[in-house]
Structures are given as C-alpha cells and as structure tokens.
Design a protein around this ligand. Sequence first.
Ligand SMILES: *Cc1c(COP(=O)(O)O)cnc(C)c1O
Length: 371
Amino acid sequence: MLLLIPGPVRTHPETRAAMAADIAPWDNDFRPVYASVRERVRAVAGGVEGEHATLPLQGCGHFILEAALRTFVPAGAKVLVPTNGAYGTRAARLVREAGRRVVALPGPDTRPVTSAEVASALEHDAEIGHVLMVHHETGSGIVNDPAAIGAAVRAAGRRLIMDSVSAFGALPFSMAEHPECDAVVFTSGKCLEGMPGIGFAVARVDRVLECEGNAGSWSFDLHDVYTHALRSGWGSFRFTPPAQALRAFSVALDLYGREGGQKARLARYTENARVLYDGVLGLGLRPYLERRHQGPVIVTVHQPQHPAFALQRFVDELKARGVLISNFSCTEAPSFRVGCIGAVTPAEMRGAVAAMGEALEAMGVRERVAA
Ligand SMILES: *Cc1c(COP(=O)(O)O)cnc(C)c1O
C-alpha cells in the first residue's frame, strides 16, 4: 500500500525491520543508540553541543508540543498563536487547556502569516511573552516562514516556540540562527521517516534551566527530562520508552544521512508535490493553494462539486488501487489532502495521480468543476 498521509508515513523496509527485536531500554547495548539519536537530532536542528539539548518524550506531536508549552511558558502567561490553519487552531487549544492565555492571530488558511501581522500583534500587547508558530500547516499545505517570523519575534524581544512537526528534516530550520527560539518540536514519524511514537524538542539549555517548576506536570516537564539526563546519562529515559520505535528511528536517521540530509529530502518531497500538483490540475481538479503558497509536504485539493463525489467513496476507490489518503478534510472549504512525504518517489506519485483519475472515473465524476 502506498501510504500518502502526513504521518505516520511510508517507511523504508530497513527501518521497519529494526523494530523486530526485544529490547530492554536500560540495557548497555541500547543506551548508546538512544544517546546517539539525541546527538544526531540536535545536529539536524542546527543545535550546538552544550547550548542546545535534545529532550525526547514518549508519544505524539501534541504531547511534545504541550510539554514545550508547559515548560517554557509560565502558567497564566500570554502566547500569540497565528491560527491560519487547523494545526494553528489546535495549538491554540493546547495553550488554553494548559492554563496559559491565548491571543489568536487568525488568518485565511490559504496563505502564510506575515511577519508584519506578528509584529503588529506583539506591538499591541506587551503582555505576550511567547509566539507559538506552526512551521508547515498540515491542514492546508502552506509554509509559515520561520526566518521572517523569528526576526519579528526577536526584534520585539519575545520568545518563540516552533511547531515544526510536519516540516522538520525537510524544510530548513536552525536553532543556532534563532536565538529567540526556546524549542523546536517534531516527531519521529513525519519527514524523518521513522515509526510514530517519539516526540522531540531541541531546546536552549539556558532557557531550560530558567524554567524549573513551570510545567505543573511531571510527565510533560522538559526541565525534568533535562535534569534526568544530567543525573542518569543521555542514554537514559525517565519512563518506559517505545524502545523498538527508537531503534527504528536510529536506522531512519542513517537513511536520512545516506540520502543527503535535509537538502536531498526537501528536493525529493518538492518533486513529489510538483508531480501531484500538476497531476491534479491535469485531472481537471483545483488545488487548494496557489502554486506560490504550496509547500512540499501535502497537496490539498478542492473536492469536485459533483453529485457523485463523496470523500469516503473516493478514498475507498483509491485504496482498492493501492493508494491510501486521509479520509477527512481540515480546511475551511471541503478538500482532500495527499501526503508527499515518506519513503515515496516521484514515479510513485505519478502512479498515484493515475489511480486518482481511475477512481474518479469509477465514481462517474466526469465534469470536474471544483468547488
Ligand atoms: C502531525 C502534527 C502535529 C502532531 O500531531 P499528532 O497527531 O499529535 O502526532 C502537530 N503539529 C503539526 C503541524 C502536525 O503536522
């Protein structure tokens, strides 16, 4: 099955094979694997030894994002969240439910938030201490620009938390170039092409040390993750880890290096997205985004306005042809989304486009005037 969703992604057979082992997390064969993952991940994040630390947490992206929020933002403090998409809106909910105050910066889900919008929001509210930005919006496929937004946050003397869950490893981001950033967060199962199950924050050590006692939660306290590493070593976990997923992730990082790292991965995903974007246009469908706002991670497409079109039926027809896409829409207008990430080649993307054409034919959706 060709899995075309924005996580968990299709993985390389070598990565999957590394799961097939029984592992004791505290075993001396496993500890160096975990310690090395932490170092390699810090390097991918442009982190510097001694200044930045990799602070992993069991679980999904929401968990590590909540942990970063709780750790770096004191209870009751204000956080600006650009909500130009479904994941920005989710991030705002995480902030609110963690007992921090949200200032939402709404925008249409068809274009990136601008640095001028962020600068203006910060200027109008001196109580905002942090900006929580979503790097790549996994609802629509737009890319918010960390260089521009980061500069605005820096100029205003505020702090940044970066949700790069669906971008990290493919879109460039360097902690060394963003001193305003407390932490960038991401997971094992998206652009780094590992199994799902581990969240990572690469964080500034000086900021971690200032944040003792903020979290109001033992499980979600990244300060505690850091001090545990100092006490017990960088190969040690506080609580039982998904050890198999970590071992597989170590192999996924080997493959990432072998492919050529961030630049090579971005090039492959960009070509996947281009094949898909041109392909759906060729089928008479309308992409959700203008080409200039289209990122390389997912392509979202307006659902055809045809009485015979139903999203679940379309997904089922595609699945019968060996291609699996998301069966829900997370945009303002009804859409379907197709992932461009994972161990997938442009040739396979061309096959997916052909399968979409066949699926629409089978449904009797011929005049494809997009909504
Ligand atoms: C996937 C994703 C998350 C986290 O999702 P989980 O389902 O909790 O892993 C957070 N932010 C963005 C932008 C994402 O794409």
